[in-house]
Design a protein. Structure first.
Length: 251
């Protein structure tokens, strides 16, 4: 399998996963043109579109792609049914075609119907987990988002986190403010700044890295709790997550 990252809009990534026969799936196409260019240059044959949630910067390219490839199945959650989705999928569904087999994982929080597509080691998780951060709570509760992140955290450590935005630098600046004495976070921040200065991408990342540098996966950290003004272990982890998420919203 080959994973290809296509930059789109201002800070989106569209992902292509391609097999040895040049068949590929297109994940969260915010735009159609950059995808069609890559397909043409590499002579890839698209076999499906996968969408994680209904926001325009994840589904905006569906119509353009279907114009060119009218037979292409589009898999997505119920909330995307008016955005071109032809196959509605749910928790635990397994969708299989060509050499691909994706498990559907429901991840409410950013939106209520948000899902991820998982074919080990690839996790296409849209706007749920970012490198160093997580999606905003537009529709779901903090509790829902927290348990969605826990679901992701329970996957194998070598899982490749293929998220839909390049937000890592801002996320690490926040992490540095929340855990100023954490050397791993300081070092990772510097690494990301260096990459971004050279205009290089910072994703995909691995779950193993995220467990070390992503504050939203570290609500159990006593220093983190103290630094955001919470008496250690005085409230449930999902409430600590809620405080951390609103702190980030204002950061
Ligand atoms: Zn979104």
């Amino acid at each position: 399998m080959e994973l290809i990252r296509i930059p789109a809009l201002s800070d989106n990534y569209i992902w292509l996963l391609c097999d040895e026969d040049k068949h590929c799936v297109i994940v969260d196409p915010s735009e159609s043109q950059p995808v069609m260019d890559i397909l043409a240059v590499n002579q890839f044959i698209p076999v499906a579109i996968l969408v994680t949630h209904h926001h325009y910067d994840h589904v905006g390219g569906i119509a353009g792609l279907l114009k060119q490839y009218p037979e292409l199945p589009v898999y997505g959650p119920e909330e995307t049914k008016n955005k071109g989705t032809t196959h509605i999928v749910h928790e635990h569904d397994l969708i299989t075609f060509n050499n691909f087999s994706f498990q559907i994982i429901e991840l409410p929080g950013h939106t209520l119907g948000h899902i991820a597509f998982y074919q080990a080691p690839y996790l296409f998780c849209g706007d749920t987990l970012f490198s160093g951060g997580c999606g905003r709570l537009f529709e779901g509760t903090a509790e829902q988002m927290f348990s969605s992140l826990e679901k992701i955290a329970s996957l194998p450590n070598d899982t490749l986190i293929c998220c839909a935005h390049e937000y890592t630098a801002a996320n690490m600046a926040f992490a540095k403010a929340v855990l100023p004495n954490n050397q791993t976070i300081q070092d990772y921040y510097q690494k990301i700044i260096n990459l971004r200065e050279k205009d290089q991408a910072t994703v995909p990342t691995t779950l193993q890295i995220e467990k070390k540098i992503n504050v939203f996966l570290n609500c159990h950290d006593i220093d983190l709790q103290k630094n955001i003004g919470i008496k250690p272990n005085s409230i449930p982890l999902s409430s600590i997550f809620q405080h951390l998420r609103s702190y980030k919203d204002q950061f």
